[in-house]
Design a protein around this ligand. Structure first.
Ligand code: GLV
Ligand code: MN
Ligand code: MN
Length: 418
C-alpha cells in the first residue's frame, strides 16, 4: 500500500473490488430468480450484518450498534472533535427484492473508505458509514424506522411493539438476531449526510444520464384498511343480502388506482398488500386487510387526495354493509434536500465526466429522516428498464462505479471543510 501522491482530484475508487463485494453480499438471501430476500431482522439480515461488520473491522473502524440495531463504523478525522460526515443506506430487502436497493449505498460507502485507507488519505472530519435498520418496512411497517428513531421522528417503544404477519415483535426479533445494541438511538451533530442509491425508476435511463441528483424525496403516506363482512357457506347463500368483505375491498382498491386522475397535480397511489380471511374458496370472506400508499411532492395534495378516498370508501362500506376501520400508519413529509450538497453532487458528476440530471426521488429513503437533522443529499445511478423491488433489478457495474466516484469526491470535499 502506498500513499496517494497525485492530486486528490484524480483519486478514483476500485470498480472491480466494488463489484466483487456486491456479488459476495448478494449471495446472502439469494433467490432462484436472481434477486435477494433479506427481510428486516431475519436470519439473512443477521448474516448480512455479520459480514458487513467483518469488513468494517478490516478497516479498523470504531464500531457502534445502537438500540435500534443501526450499525455505525467511524473512521477518525485529523480533527476528531469536528462533526462527522455520514454515509450509508440499508442492507435489508423487499421479499424477492433486488441485489442493489440499499446495499449499493452501503457497499459504495465501504468502497470509499477502502479507497481512502489504501491511499492513506486522512480527512479533517471523521467519516461514519451506516447501515440503517428496517428501511423497507415490508416485514415490519412502517419503513425507515432505524433512521426514524435516530432522527427523533419515531418513538422507540412504538417501533419495538410493531409486529410482523406472524405476530412476532420487532424488539424480540432484534434481540434474537443479536443486534439490539447498547448505545442510545439518538442523533448526534453531523456535518453532512450522503446516501448513494439506485434510482428505482426509468428517468435516468430514458434521459441517457449516469448520475441523478434528487432535489429531495416525495411525501409518503401509509394507511391500513380493515374491512368487515359476514362469512357464510357460498352455495346456499343467495347473492342478494351478502356482506362480502372482499368485494367491498375490490371496489375500494380500484378507487385508489383512479385517485391520481381525480386530483390536480402529481401523485401516485397504490395498494400493494392484501390479506383475505378466511381465504377459503367456499366461504364468503368476512375480513380483508389492505394497505394504501400515497406519494407526492405536494403534502397538501396527498392529504386532499386521502379525503376523497375516505369518502369513497365510506360510501362503498355503507352500500355493501361492510364496516371499515382505518389506521393512519405512517406519514413522512416531502423532504427538500440541502441545496449546497445537491449542487456538489451535480458539480462532481460534471467534473468526473458523467452526464447528470436534477430530479425528484419517488422512492422513500433514510435520507428523508436524515434531512430533518442534517444537511443531506443523495446520488442516484440508473436502474435498467426502470425496474426495482423485483428480482431482475439491475444496474450496470460501470454506473455503480461512477456513482461511488461521485460519492467519494462529495465526501472528501465535505470531510475536508473546516
Ligand atoms: C422504500 O423502499 C419505498 O417504499 O420507497
Ligand atoms: Mn432502498
Ligand atoms: Mn426499497
Amino acid at each position: 500500500m502506498k500513499e496517494f501522491k497525485g492530486s486528490i482530484d484524480r483519486l478514483r475508487v476500485n470498480g472491480e473490488r466494488l463489484r466483487q463485494t456486491m456479488e459476495t453480499m448478494s449471495k446472502i438471501g439469494r433467490t432462484k430468480g436472481g434477486g435477494v430476500q433479506r427481510l428486516a431482522l431475519s436470519d439473512e439480515d443477521k448474516e448480512a450484518r455479520d459480514l458487513f461488520i467483518k469488513w468494517l473491522k478490516e478497516l479498523n473502524l470504531e464500531i457502534l450498534i445502537d438500540q435500534m440495531g443501526n450499525i455505525f463504523g467511524k473512521r477518525k478525522g485529523k480533527r476528531d472533535d469536528f462533526t462527522p460526515v455520514i454515509t450509508g443506506s440499508h442492507l435489508d430487502s423487499q421479499p424477492k427484492g433486488g441485489r442493489f436497493d440499499g446495499v449499493l449505498g452501503v457497499m459504495g460507502a465501504l468502497e470509499v473508505l477502502r479507497t481512502l485507507e489504501e491511499n492513506k488519505i486522512d480527512t479533517e472530519r471523521p467519516i461514519i458509514i451506516v447501515d440503517w435498520t428496517n428501511e423497507e418496512g415490508s416485514r415490519f411497517a412502517p419503513a425507515m424506522v432505524g433512521s426514524g428513531v435516530w432522527s427523533g421522528s419515531l418513538d422507540t417503544e412504538w417501533v419495538y411493539n410493531r409486529t410482523d404477519a406472524s405476530g412476532k415483535r420487532f424488539e424480540d426479533e432484534l434481540k434474537r438476531i443479536g443486534y439490539k445494541g447498547e448505545f442510545p438511538c439518538k442523533s448526534f451533530p453531523i456535518y453532512a449526510y450522503y446516501e448513494y442509491h439506485i434510482e428505482q425508476g426509468p428517468i435516468l435511463e430514458r434521459e441517457n444520464k449516469i448520475i441523478g441528483a434528487p432535489k429531495g424525496i416525495v411525501c409518503l403516506h401509509w394507511y391500513d384498511i380493515y374491512v368487515e363482512g359476514e362469512a357464510n357457506q357460498v352455495g346456499p347463500t343467495p347473492m342478494e343480502g351478502r356482506h362480502d368483505a372482499l368485494c367491498a375491498a375490490a371496489e375500494m382498491i380500484l378507487k385508489v388506482n383512479e385517485l391520481p386522475s381525480k386530483v390536480k397535480g402529481d401523485l401516485v397511489a397504490t395498494v400493494g398488500e392484501i390479506n383475505n380471511y378466511p381465504n377459503s374458496r367456499n366461504i364468503i370472506p368476512d375480513k380483508v386487510h389492505f394497505t394504501v400508499d400515497i406519494r407526492s411532492w405536494d403534502d397538501q395534495l396527498a392529504l386532499e387526495a386521502w379525503k376523497i378516498l375516505e369518502k369513497e370508501f365510506k360510501a362503498i362500506s355503507e352500500k355493501r354493509g361492510c364496516p371499515i376501520r382505518v389506521e393512519e400508519t405512517w406519514k413522512v413529509e416531502h423532504s427538500p434536500f440541502d441545496k449546497r450538497l445537491v449542487q456538489r453532487v451535480l458539480d462532481n458528476a460534471q467534473r468526473l465526466g458523467y452526464p447528470s440530471l436534477y430530479m425528484v426521488s419517488g422512492a422513500g429513503h433514510d435520507a428523508s429522516y436524515m434531512n430533518q437533522v442534517a444537511p443531506t443529499a443523495m446520488i442516484f445511478v440508473p436502474s435498467i428498464n426502470g425496474r426495482s423491488h423485483v428480482e431482475v433489478e439491475n444496474t450496470k457495474w460501470e454506473d455503480c462505479e461512477a456513482g461511488v466516484n461521485v460519492l467519494l469526491h462529495c465526501i472528501l470535499q465535505s470531510a475536508n471543510e473546516r
